[in-house]
Design a protein around this ligand. Structure first.
Ligand code: 26V
Length: 750
């Protein structure tokens, strides 16, 4: 890239009479003009990341940083009287929902950043994840019209469009390519569905509700649509060079399935080879087994995709036939291996009229990986135990990671500059060059504390502007930011806050350091209990924040429309990271890594990557509490939440607020339903399925211990420093290098 050329061009852009949108388009377009010139040729062997979600966030600042011109451009436009921060109005590209989609974005960033040829394939949704706003404490959803800012970072590739066929319609898949910048320029290719009004529906929304038959069909169409477009393209490219003999296909194409959403690509691969190129099914399957790899991201039964055979047959009869044939082949193999009946059932691709997409993936994939040590252990021992018994060589762990470029260099320029001063700039490419010992010796802890104060101030200003409530300047900022889900236990945090509140009202906790709790979360629009928890927390916030006695002591803020850009601010400006999922349920978590990287201490459970974070950064620097997976397995049958409230009047007092009129759910009955779920159970969930009350007391103790430790500012800063400086393992550069070496077998460009 010719930096001088680019800067010259940018200097010529005038700001007179232009809107923020105009300028955003113009500056981005000028950068793109340079970038496309350097778009790298693909090497022979490429890896492809197939994902329904790519939560890229705002591209502008990240790309300018990667081009190495961010500060210069800031200055150029400051001189013209335009503050580049005005682009913070620009909508995030929120084509994802949470950790899974953000992981995909971090992985693309790290692969490009470190020189691996990894490209993304996904869907170009017309509307991303909804925009959230609170109305009287209730979540309201609005369509996320991200394209209203234009899409200057993508190039439409009209000439490379292709047709995807369903039984009842043909759909055109038009690719939009987004460059991913780093040592290499890789490509994120998103397909847009076109051709008719019905066709366009396929790429209209991310995760359309699938509680109706129509919704399910639409989800199946989405998954097949992008899977077929991706695989069809890979095969066509191969055939152009090597013709219809597929022996060398796996040498050049590595296809990584990000969860089960792209598993139809396996069936499509088998379909094309057997039907269009007359390869035998057995041989096609052999080739598939050298091409595909599968990452599992959840063990929650309700999130493991199963599609009705009848529905798939209706719109994709050939694909359904292939999946059925896969089951027959698999059963034959299992028979030979001597698998028992129940083991075969557990592994089956088709059972009781439903296709298990996870089982299909496990059977075909050359590698199956979990995303944190404990999660991989659970998939080996429980979720896929039979498959692990017969195919142990497939299974491995790759603990997740996050890119330090966005989650440190971009969101915390101050800390990055401090690191530059102490270590030189090499850490930016190799986080393991950070050394806690040298940092502390150089007086880093005090500097970090200063920076933390500055980041908290920036965050407070941003929250004040966006939410109309100002965080207390000198409080401990304690954040829980992630999707809203019962297993993540935002409700347990709500109860813990109420416990603190009632204790203070009773004149206890004299030495309490003021705390501001910051929540950010969106609830899936059809997930009633998650929405009830949002309303409940907002009710608590209202009560506490308007209680004169709590002024300067305790504060609760639920920010609206938490997204990647909001995350960048909260993550840099938090003292404490809450990671309190029920042990065994959070596959990994990645917000925990980002917060650690920015020096937060964790109050958390022995779940997901928290365990490895505590190992890397030291138990003494974090507050680990609650039941372990083993303990929960032991008590599972006998657990009775009523016993806990029977024993503890304090816990009873807080859970009663769900039913005694302390808080209003607007007459919806939603709070009562939360109470019922806790004490009676709901649908197939037993009472307090996620052990909220079981861990509550220990949670409150952990928060109080952290609170009292905070009084010793020096010691606390040291904890924060040790966390930040020991977070190198959680760089996605490390994760990508592991995928490249152990799974993809691809080399870095030199
Ligand atoms: C999806 C759904 C959809 C239906 C309702 C319940 C439910 C519950 C969970 C999910 C999650 C699907 C997969 C997912 O997003 N997993 C996340 O992947 C992250 C990246 O590996 C990981 O850090 C998170 O722990 C994991 O939850």
């Amino acid at each position: 890239m010719n930096k001088e050329e680019l800067l010259k061009k940018l200097t010529l852009i005038s700001v007179e009479g232009k809107t923020v949108k105009d300028l955003y388009g113009e500056i981005s377009a000028a950068c793109m003009e340079e970038i496309v010139k350097t778009w790298d040729e693909k090497p022979a062997r490429n890896a492809y990341y197939l994902s329904v979600e790519f939560l890229m966030g705002r591209m502008f600042f990240n790309n300018l940083m990667e081009l190495g011109v961010l500060n210069e451009v800031r200055n150029i436009f400051a001189e013209k009287g335009f503050d580049l921060n005005r682009f913070e109005e620009v909508e995030d590209a929120a084509l994802g929902n949470g950790g899974l989609g953000r992981l995909a974005a971090c992985y693309l960033d790290s692969a490009a950043g470190t020189g691996y040829a990894l490209h993304g394939y996904g869907i170009r949704y017309r509307y991303g994840l909804f925009r959230q706003r609170f109305e009287n404490g209730f979540q309201k959803e609005e369509a996320d019209d991200w394209l209203k800012w234009g899409d200057p970072w993508s190039v439409r590739k009209e000439s490379e469009k292709r047709t995807v066929r369903f039984a009842d319609m043909d759909v055109t898949a038009v690719p939009y390519d987004m460059p991913v910048l780093g040592k290499r320029v890789n490509t994120l290719r998103l397909f847009q569905a076109e051709g008719s009004e019905r066709a366009e529906k396929i790429s209209e929304y991310l995760y359309p509700a699938d509680d109706t038959e129509e919704g399910k069909l639409l989800r199946i169409r989405q998954e097949y649509f992008f899977s077929a477009a991706a695989v069809g393209e890979r095969i066509d490219e191969y055939v152009k060079v090597y013709g219809g003999r597929f022996d060398r296909f796996p040498e050049f194409n590595v296809l990584q399935l990000n969860d089960t959403h792209a598993v139809f690509s396996v069936a499509e691969f088998l379909r094309i080879l057997t039907q269009e190129y007359k390869v035998s099914f057995g041989r096609a399957l052999q080739l598939a087994r050298k091409t595909f790899h599968y990452t599992n991201h959840t063990i929650l039964p309700e999130a493991l995709e199963c599609w009705d055979e009848e529905l798939v047959s209706r719109i994709l009869p050939e694909i359904a036939a292939i999946l059925k044939k896969l089951q027959v082949f698999a059963a034959r193999e299992w028979q030979k291996k001597g698998c028992g009946k129940s083991e075969q059932d557990e592994m089956s691709v088709l059972r009781n009229g439903r296709f298990s997409m996870a089982n299909a993936a496990v059977f075909v994939a050359e590698h199956v990986n979990g995303v944190a040590e404990i999660h991989t252990k659970i998939i080996k021992e429980r979720l896929f135990s039979a498959a692990y018994k017969y195919y142990p060589e497939k299974f491995l762990n790759v603990t997740n990671g996050v890119t330090q470029r966005r989650w440190l260099m971009l969101c915390n320029e101050e800390l990055s500059a401090l690191y530059d001063g102490i270590f030189g700039t090499g850490w930016r490419e190799d986080l393991s060059l950070l050394s806690a010992e040298n940092f502390l010796r150089a007086g880093g802890a005090e500097q970090l504390a200063k920076i933390k104060r500055a980041k908290k101030k920036q965050l407070a200003e941003y929250i004040a502007k966006s939410e109309g409530i100002t965080p207390m300047p000198d409080a401990i900022y304690v954040s829980q930011v992630k999707r809203l889900h019962e297993y993540k236990r935002q409700l347990m945090t709500a109860f813990a806050i109420l416990r603190l509140y009632y204790a203070m009202k009773a004149g206890e906790l004299a030495d309490f350091v003021p705390m501001t709790f910051i929540f950010g979360a969106k609830a899936a629009s059809g997930y009633r209990r998650a929405k009830a928890i949002i309303k409940y927390i907002n009710e608590i916030a209202f009560k506490i924040n308007s209680d004169a006695e709590m002024q300067g002591k305790l504060q609760v803020i639920f920010v609206q429309n938490y997204d990647v850009s909001y995350a960048e601010k909260i993550i840099a400006g938090s003292d404490v990271s809450l990671q309190v999922s029920t042990a065994g349920f959070e596959a990994s978590g990645t917000g925990n890594m980002k917060l650690t990287m920015n020096g937060a201490v964790t109050v958390g459970t022995m779940d997901g990557a928290n365990i490895e974070i505590a190992q890397q950064t030291g138990l003494r620097n974090n507050y680990i509490f609650g039941a372990t997976v083993e303990e929960l397995a032991r008590i599972n049958e006998s657990y009775d939440p009523s016993e806990i409230v029977g024993r503890s009047p304090e816990i009873k007092a807080v859970t009663d607020t769900l039913i005694d009129g302390t808080f209003s759910d607007g007459g919806s009955g939603d709070f009562k339903e939360l109470h019922t779920a806790l004490f009676q159970g709901a649908s197939w969930h037993k009472p307090d399925h996620y052990f909220v009350l079981y861990d509550l007391e220990q949670y409150v103790s952990a928060l109080l211990k952290m609170n009292s430790d905070y009084r010793n500012a020096g010691a606390f800063a040291r904890k924060q420093a040790e966390n930040a400086l020991n977070s190198a393992f959680f760089s996605s550069d490390r994760a990508i290098a592991t995928y490249a070496e152990k799974i993809w077998k691809i080399d870095r460009a030199q």
